[in-house]
Structure formats: C-alpha cells, structure tokens
Write a protein that binds this ligand. Structure first.
Ligand code: 5AD
Ligand code: SF4
Length: 482
C-alpha cells in the first residue's frame, strides 16, 4: 500500500463535507458547511466544531450552496496542503461575491499559523479560529453578524474538549476517531505542528472511556485513539504535559499512562477493536507492546514514523532517537507481537541530507519491511527551527528522485508483505461496499490491510472470517468462510 504526498490527504476524504444533517428542536435555521483537510485529528476536530454549533441551534449541511456559514478546517504541514486550501478559499470567495451574507471561516492549523494575515492580506475570509478556540465559535459568528471580522487564535495549555461529545460526521457508522491528546511538545525541527497546535496535553481518561462506551452503544466496532504522540499520553489531573518523575506523589498515584489507558479502553467492549496513531519511537514502551499482545481486540498494527534512516539527519531533525534506537524498538515489536504490521512516515531530502544518508533510509526500509508508508519530500515551513537555522539545500530534482526511490521500494515491500497473507484467514471488520463493484465488500484486518471479498449477505459492521487468495500491492482479495 502506498501513499505519496499527493495522496496523503486521502482522496476519499480530502475536502470532505460533513454528511449529517439535523434540525434539532432548538434550530436557529442557519446552516453550516464544514470542509476538512489534512490529518485525522482535523477530521475529529470538525466533529467537535459541529457539536459546539449544533448546541447553539446550527444545522450542518453537506451542500455548500445552501450554507449560511462555510468553514474550512485547514492543514499547514506542507506547503502543498496550504496551496490546496488557498485555492478552495478563492473559489468560496467567488461564491460569496454573489451571496454577500455568507460567512467564510478558516479553522485549524492555517488559521493558527497565519492569524489575522488571512483577514488583512488575503481578504478572503470573515473569521479565523485556531484549534483551541472552537468553544468561542458561536460568539465569533455573532461578531461577524455585527459587521466585524473575528479572530481567535489563542492557544491553550488545558483545552482538550474532553467534555464535548463529537457529532459523528460523514463516517461509515463502524469506525470512529477519539482524540486522547492535543498539541505536541516534540519540536521536530521540520514540523509546524507545535506552533499551530500548541503545547501537548492529555485528556481525562474517564471522558475517553465514556466516549468509547457511547460509540459501542451506538453500534461502532472500531475506535482509533488519536494524538500527535500517543505514547506520551499521561493524565495526572489536567494541564500541560509533565514527565512522570516531575509529578507530585498525589499526581503520580492518580496518573494514567498510555499503556494503562489502552488497558482501560480495550476492556470497554471486546467487540470493539482498538487502534491508535501516532506512535513515537523515542516514547514507545515495552509496556504498551505487552498490552497490545494481551488484548485480542487491540489491532496488531503500529504506525511508527522514522523520517530518516541516518542518525546524523535524525539529530538535525531533533527526533530524539538514533537509527539503532529505532531498530531496537522494531525488534521489541517483533519479539513481543510477532505478527504485527508496521507503517512509517518518511521524509526525502531534508536539509543537508547526502546521497549516502538517503541510502541509509532505503537500507532501514529493507531491514524493517514496512506494510505501508506515507512518504514526503521535505517542505520548508515558516518559523520552524529548520527554516531559521538550516538551508533547504537538496536540489528539487534530487529530492524528487530520492522520493521516487523510496516509493518504489515501499511498493515492493507492501506487495511482499501482502503476498505473505495469501492462504491465511483473517477476521475482517466490514466498512462498506467496494468502490469497484457493488457485489463486493471491503474492510480491514488487524494489520490495517484492506480486504475485498464477495458480498453474500454480509454488511458494514460485521466481523467476517475471510480467507485470502490473492493480492495487489495495496489490497488483499479473499472469500468469506463460514
Ligand atoms: N515536510 C515534509 N514532511 C513533513 N512532515 C511533517 N512536517 C513536514 C515537512 N515540513 C511529515 C512527517 C510527519 C508527517 C505527519 O508529515 O513525516 O510524520
Ligand atoms: Fe511534528 Fe514531530 Fe510533533 Fe510529529 S512528533 S507532530 S513530526 S513535532
């Protein structure tokens, strides 16, 4: 399975509009259209935004044409992501020329990064709201109603939206995301996230367990716990991230770490599968791996970005681990959970990366043999340490060639990994009807591999035992066995 930069914004979900339309008793008659870009966290945040607005009587719509308010939940991770959003804002601006009363708002990372510049310089929007200010949205819309432009990009050290029950939007009714941490304290030198999403904080485990219970009661069968670095989850009573040994005795006693949280969540309902993303190699403990091995309903799949296979480049990236440390973590996964799929994020052509260092990335891929990877060319982001201190000096043609080599190798490994599954039987959670044929269903096995098989009488939400008889480099094909 391959995801290139172009595909990262998963075409099936990119710019996806919310598909849940309700008109509650307290409706104020105004309709909101939300389009989301970027990572899963953004899609999850849009569900929080919808919940906040529904409480105030707004309805959500999937039709931009009938919306009174258009929100674009944006991504800043690479320049290309921002360009996509800009184009979209320009086209909304054209619509607004004919419909001046329509409000256009930018939410998320680009709002946070560009702040009022989006109002002043680009003049495309009425409202700019950062990821920690969504509770303020109804008031900000009121301000715009009063003829003013509105901005709130204040980042918080506490906000987790823990008490907000997200409105499940555009989903399949089978799989859902639950965020467990917000922000990131890691300061990888290439990454804009610590600036756009602020300090890392963990959400109250009680609210997480409660949300998973609600999902189980509503028929959901799979929950993905989300955070920029789930392994550093640590609840001690609320507030910014602290290391365990910096907590008071009292805080240590009531603290819950990621391994303990997984234990709690896995026990909510054995029929609900648990996934999580993203793991960080410097923080992933053996405890987490043991919890994964112990619980059948925790999927045997870990997304463990390595970014570069060379220790000098990793140091420049401020990743907090070496190539050897990373390989040691992979060895621990293979020892504790022998049949675990691993996927990665990889960056080609980071500042000063030599040809030999690029070869180290390829050789690390050879050693691990990932099931899947997200692969990117380095894209310089304003205000990051890399932008301020290092030169973006790998020529574009070299970056592109290195990326192509990484993609080709990943394609080969994905195919090799899936070929190993031929003849095996997997429990597949059905997510829906295959895009290619309505006579086929698709779902995923524990490794997060997509499995397609003849429909018979099965339906979305069923667990089906499927024997694999063929594969491409991205998909397993099989047959349900009784
Ligand atoms: N350029 C290219 N890729 C980046 N990523 C983050 N910042 C950048 C950047 N400036 C990638 C990393 C990260 C993933 C979410 O996006 O691989 O793990
Ligand atoms: Fe960015 Fe690094 Fe944080 Fe991931 S861990 S969000 S790459 S700073």
């Amino acid at each position: 399975m391959i995801e290139t930069e172009e595909k990262l914004l998963d075409e099936s979900r990119q710019g996806e509009a919310i598909e849940r339309y309700s008109q509650g008793p307290g409706s104020n008659g105004r309709k909101v259209y939300i389009e989301s870009y970027g990572c899963q966290m953004n899609f999850s945040d849009s569900e929080i935004v919808a919940s906040i607005l529904e409480k105030e009587g707004y309805e959500t719509t999937k039709l931009m044409q009938e919306a009174d308010i258009v929100f674009v939940n944006t991504c800043s991770i690479r320049e290309k992501a921002e360009q996509t959003v800009r184009k979209r804002l320009q086209s909304f601006h054209q619509v607004k020329k004919k419909k001046p009363e329509m409000i256009i708002g930018v939410l998320g990372c680009m709002a946070e990064r560009m702040k009022a510049k989006l109002l002043d310089e680009e003049k495309l929007v009425d409202l700019v709201v950062g990821p920690d200010a969504y509770r303020n949205l109804p008031d900000l819309v009121n301000e715009v109603d009063g003829g003013r432009k509105a901005v709130n990009v204040i980042l918080s050290k506490e906000e987790t939206y823990g008490d907000i029950s997200p409105v499940r939007l555009g989903g399949n009714g089978v799989t859902a995301f639950v965020s467990i941490t917000r922000g990131c304290d890691n300061m990888c030198t290439f990454c804009v996230v610590p600036f756009t999403r602020g300090r890392e904080r963990s959400r109250d485990p009680e609210t997480i367990v409660e949300e998973v219970k609600q999902l189980a009661e509503n028929g959901y069968k799979e929950v993905t716990l989300l955070g920029q670095n789930v392994d550093s989850y640590l609840w001690y009573g609320g507030g910014p991230k602290k290391e365990f040994d910096k907590l008071s005795e009292e805080e240590q006693k009531r603290s819950v770490n990621f391994a303990q949280l997984m234990e709690l969540v896995a026990q909510v309902d054995r029929k609900v599968r648990i996934r999580f993303s993203t793991s960080h190699p410097k923080d992933m403990t053996d405890d987490v791996l043991h919890v994964m091995a112990k619980h059948d309903n925790i999927c045997k799949y870990i997304h463990l970005p390595f970014q570069s296979g060379n220790s000098r480049v990793l140091e420049l990236m401020n990743r907090g681990y070496t190539r050897e440390w990373y390989l040691n973590r992979v060895e621990a996964i293979k020892r504790i959970i022998p049949d675990c799929a691993i996927s990665a994020d990889i960056i080609a052509g980071f500042c000063s990366e030599t040809e030999e260092e690029h070869q180290d990335t390829l050789s690390l891929m050879e050693e691990v043999k990932y099931h899947f990877s997200y692969m990117f060319k380095y894209s310089e982001r304003p205000n990051t340490l890399a932008q301020r201190k290092f030169e973006d000096d790998v020529p574009e043609a070299d970056k592109q060639r290195r990326l192509s080599e990484i993609i080709a190798l990943q394609q080969k490994h994905s195919h090799e990994q899936l070929k190993k599954d031929i003849g095996k039987t997997y429990e597949v959670l059905v997510e829906g009807v295959s895009k290619k044929s309505d006579q086929e269903l698709y779902g995923r096995n524990t490794h997060n591999s997509v499995v397609v098989f003849p429909r018979k009488n099965y339906k979305a939400g069923d667990y089906v035992m499927v024997k694999v008889h063929d594969c491409t480099s991205a998909t397993l094909m099989g047959e349900a066995i009784a």
